[in-house]
Design a protein around this ligand. Structure first.
Ligand code: ADP
Ligand code: MG
Length: 349
């Protein structure tokens, strides 16, 4: 976590804006023939026979990330992931991104090289084209804005408002890890402030720290659903926490849902770290964000196609709107779901 004082520091002013952009982006590959023109003109040009999907997100230093424990290469990777995740959450394919950055003079060229190394790794791994952006200075800190562009056949796009009563509620992967990884990193940051010589042993937390620092967007899920011949009736990515994403789907679809506590997919490291931090693992699963898993609903007729798939867990089912959103606990009690997760002190509702 110590800043390496021996590292080379080249001032951004030395290159000039054009030299800088060129230097940072020269090794990016173009994967899609729908990218007619990438970086280098007043606009990028793209073409597609399908529907085009566009999404954008800001990441602001001190609000969305903390460089004291987030390696800057990971930040570049994650900035791309959070946007690709939104495209996959529409059951679409991500093809292009733009990246805009504002940086203060605190950052040397070497920091931006690291940032772009993370962005490039994301582009190469997920096969997306960097086609443009903007570069400017900021008076304080770093701001990154990524826009992702994707495409899909009209009939394949999954919106938030299509869930129907009796549909199954399905989740990819497991949840709660990214939030707990952040708790571990925050704790180590406090220890480091008191004793900078202390070298933390984070082996026992490797999975959850990776979930926080290097999340992967679920590109595989739209592909898997296509192979299984399943069209989700609604879909969203889990960025703010399962409860609040369920609320989005149910509100927009005008339905309710029952979610079963015993079905929530948790990694063993999530369970053991919850015990250590004295946190309730169900609360963490419902309220912890940033897992970038996909939450979706499918018709009950498709149950045979998805059952037993190791990537997918059925966590509940959709009900009529007047039933509300409920967590069915292991003790078979029904508890109302709230945006902030399940508050165990409010069980009488
Ligand atoms: P303009 O003056 O037309 O805004 P710029 O000099 O800002 O053009 O950008 C030149 C080219 O470099 C454009 O294709 C732009 O999209 C691209 N670009 C600028 N900044 C970035 C960046 N941070 N990352 C990727 N591409 C960028
Ligand atoms: Mg510009």
């Amino acid at each position: 976590m110590l800043e390496d004082k021996n590292k080379q520091r080249t001032s951004l002013a030395e290159l000039g804006e054009f030299g800088l952009i060129n230097h940072l982006t020269e090794h990016f590959k173009i994967y899609h023939n729908t990218t007619t023109k990438g970086i280098g003109d007043d606009c990028a040009v793209i073409s597609d026979q399908k529907e085009i999907l566009v999404t954008t997100d800001f990441l602001v230093e001190g609000v969305h990330f903390d460089l004291s424990y987030m390696p800057i290469k990971h930040l570049g990777y994650k900035a791309v992931m959070v946007n690709l995740s939104d495209v996959y959450a529409m059951n679409a394919e991500a093809k292009q991104i733009t990246v805009s950055i504002a940086v203060s003079n605190r950052f040397p060229l070497e920091a931006l090289e690291e940032l772009y190394a993370g962005i490039q790794l994301a582009c190469d791994t997920y096969k997306v084209d960097l086609i443009g952006g903007d570069t400017t200075s900021s008076t304080k800190g770093m701001i990154i804005s990524v826009t992702a562009i994707g495409s899909a056949e009209k009939e394949d796009i999954a919106y938030r408002n299509g869930a129907q009563p009796n549909d199954l509620v399905v989740l990819s992967g497991d949840i709660g890890g990214a939030y707990l990884g952040l708790q571990v990193l925050e704790r180590e940051k406090e220890v480091f402030k008191v004793n900078p010589q202390n070298q933390p042993d984070l082996e026992a937390y490797s999975y959850i720290i990776e979930r926080q620092l290097k999340p992967e967007a679920r590109k595989d899920i739209p592909k898997l659903l296509k192979e299984l011949d399943v069209k989700p009736t609604s879909m969203i990515d889990v960025s703010d926490g399962l409860s609040s994403e369920l609320i989005h789907i149910c509100t927009q679809s005008k339905v309710g849902c029952n979610i079963y506590e015993e079905k929530l997919p948790l990694d063993p490291q999530v369970i053991s770290t919850c015990e250590e931090f004295n946190l309730d693992s169900t609360t963490v699963a419902l309220s912890g964000g940033e897992d970038y898993e996909l939450l979706f609903t499918v018709s009950i007729k498709d149950f045979d196609k998805i059952k037993g798939n190791p990537n997918l867990t059925v966590i509940g089912h959709v009900t009529e709107e007047n039933q509300g959103l409920n967590l069915i606990t292991r003790a078979n009690q029904s508890v109302k779901l709230r945006a902030q997760g399940w508050n165990s002190f409010n069980q009488e509702e």
